[in-house]
Design a protein around this ligand. Sequence first.
Ligand code: FAD
Length: 402
Amino acid sequence: MKQIIIIGGGAAGFFCASNLDEKKYSITILEQNSDVLQKVKISGGGRCNVTHACFDPRELVQFYPRGNKELLSVFTKFQPGDTMDWFDQRSVPLKIENDNRVFPESNSSQTIINTFLTEIQNKKVEVKTKCSVKEIEKQGEKYLVKTSLGDFQADYVVYTTGSSPKSLKIIENLGHKIVDLVPSLFTFNIKDELLQDIPGTSFENAEISIPALKTEESGPLLITHWGLSGPAVLKISAWEAISLAKSKYHFEIEVNFISKSMDEAEESFLNFKQSNPKKTIGQAKIFEVTNRFWQKVLDVSKVDLNKQVSNISGKEMQQILENLCRKKLKVTGKSTFKDEFVTAGGVDLKEINFKNMTSKLLPNFHIAGEVLNIDAVTGGFNFQACWSEAWLISQHLNHLEI
Ligand SMILES: Cc1cc2nc3c(=O)[nH]c(=O)nc-3n(C[C@H](O)[C@H](O)[C@H](O)COP(=O)(O)OP(=O)(O)OC[C@H]3O[C@@H](n4cnc5c(N)ncnc54)[C@H](O)[C@@H]3O)c2cc1C
């Protein structure tokens, strides 16, 4: 029987093994840690956000700052609907939450892990843990995989090691080009009196732009102890991961907390002033922001909370609107989002055949998962890329004439 060696016992490696034809191949997974699927275990805060309920490949690829072009054909063959069917066929109920993220109904990543473990047990896949791959030697069309537990002969290699620099070096030594690694999905560290002492304040839909990069994102926003977080920040951090790394995480952003233009906001303000002239500005409910934030805006704008709205001068109004609609803030660093870091960079996509995830440089060598220069925003997209790519590999190998 031909031997498939899967290097890396993570999401991509296990999904590939779970779909391979065990009657055709002898399959071994090599994992350096003592436990497999460790990232799946901690994913989604322990609940594992398996995928995202977005079933149109064209829409889906918009969530991938790197890999969007290449993944389109991959998702036409295996997309979130297929992932949900796959788990359904194995009696794992999944649920779609309000924001379209998909989780196991059990709310436990262990359900997903158990499913994979059962699959590979049924297929008699051998799993070698504490087995660190040190080097791979190409021997004609085959490979000698050198590990801490000795050498393994492979007719086919599936390389799914995630983004560790050590494992990227191994594949670089085989001739693949590696795009530099930079962190993606992070929150912004900002020290500014407008954000001070009000952590937990959230905005349903804010706009953030980075003027120097001419880029803008919108979505929910959250004030944290360190600065700003929330989907709007995470999205912009992912799309601009490379430029922001170059800036050493020192740059200026402009925030519109209420997603209204200055003119629209001014109109709302003046309408309110006309109909509620006697109200104190501190009590005025003009915009959809929390009382705490409103009072902070007034404080920073140096407007007396007890002043009647009718007595607010044009200059004071401008100051308030500037702080609400185009507040400039200096970012001076980044923090990790709930430990959910993702790495941009990895194996250059030009060297991969996306029909079947084979290397264009190495025969019988497949590559999938975070080791590639592909990453997505938060929401289940990173796993979906792993499932889809690993599915293509399994189908390619299952249909090979050997
Ligand atoms: C805290 C956290 C939460 C996350 N939550 C989510 C989520 O809910 N939804 C989502 O879509 N994405 C999530 N992600 C991202 C997601 O976990 C990754 O995109 C995904 O795990 C990548 O899968 P992979 O198989 O490519 O790599 P990994 O899961 O990292 O697996 C690679 C495996 O290869 C092993 N390995 C590496 N080098 C070697 C070697 N030389 N020899 C042997 N073995 C080796 C590693 O030990 C590892 O087990 C989260 C990430 C983090 C850090």
